[in-house]
Write a new protein. Structure first.
Length: 256
């Protein structure tokens, strides 16, 4: 895999804190829904341009509830009849709640093929999926191992306009002040028939297909992620000749 040099991408952060609510908001550039730089969408018409182009993320804590919203650069559609206002997207919101090196997980969830820097290890992950809470939690229990207890799935996730949203308990995130946490948001695709070790995620292959992203490899050394918050240089990877990972993508959190 040839290395790709990237200019730094600007992430604009707006931070608001009041006595009644705590809120963080991030915006992300458009047109960067191409993974490390060369990924392309599947060929089927349901994967409309911009569907995986992350444009914004917000988290608002009020009382004992936390609401999260993730926006993309296309109108949400439900071609597969999921019944929640969207179908093809799958969002992973990784959170570093303590900011402590050596605390949390540096391995990404199965199917993403990413790692996290030791100083940016994640403590919690909220999954926004069009699949039912029961199906997602079943997959998490079966495939996430020791990380399963750190994964949170909203009782209901919904899509409207260009925004996917869900609500979870602040206690499930460990409590505390969300304005002090670190965040990383990964855009993936909902896969109803995932590989044995993948957590409802869609693979990236060397060449795109009807329901496969292209521009990566046919091995599992490439990150299976279309967009993230911030600099896509973090998605740089390198494979050995036998397809094993020589160096995996290493992600960092974006912080207020």
């Amino acid at each position: 895999m040839k290395r790709i040099a990237w200019l730094s991408l600007v992430v604009v952060l707006v931070l608001a804190t009041t006595a009644a609510a705590q809120e963080v908001k991030f915006t992300d550039p458009t047109g960067d829904d191409n993974g490390p730089g060369e990924y392309v969408y599947p060929t089927d018409a349901v994967y409309t341009r911009g569907s995986f182009d992350l444009t914004g993320f917000s988290l608002k804590a009020k009382g004992d509830k936390v609401n999260v919203e993730v926006s993309v650069n296309a109108n949400l559609e439900d071609p597969w009849g999921m019944g929640v206002g969207f179908a093809v997207q799958m969002v992973f919101i990784f959170i570093d709640t303590d900011g402590k090196e050596g605390s949390g997980f540096t391995e990404g969830l199965p199917g993403l093929n990413v790692t996290f820097a030791p100083t940016d290890a994640w403590d919690k992950c909220i999954i926004l999926s069009p699949q039912s809470k029961a199906r997602v939690e079943q997959e998490v229990e079966a495939k996430a191992g020791a990380m399963a207890s750190a994964v949170i799935v909203p009782a209901r996730t919904s899509g409207r306009g260009r925004t996917i949203s869900g609500s979870v308990s602040l206690a499930d995130l460990g409590g505390g002040d969300p304005t002090t946490w670190g965040y990383q948001v990964l855009m993936q695709s909902n896969e109803g028939f995932p590989a044995d070790h993948d957590l409802l995620t869609r693979k990236v292959n060397e060449f795109e297909g009807q329901h496969r992203f292209g521009g990566g490899t046919d091995y599992d050394c490439d990150p299976h992620v279309m967009d993230i918050l911030g600099d896509h240089a973090m998605l740089k990877y390198e494979c050995e000749a036998d397809g094993t990972a020589k160096s995996m993508a290493v992600l960092k959190m974006v912080r207020p």
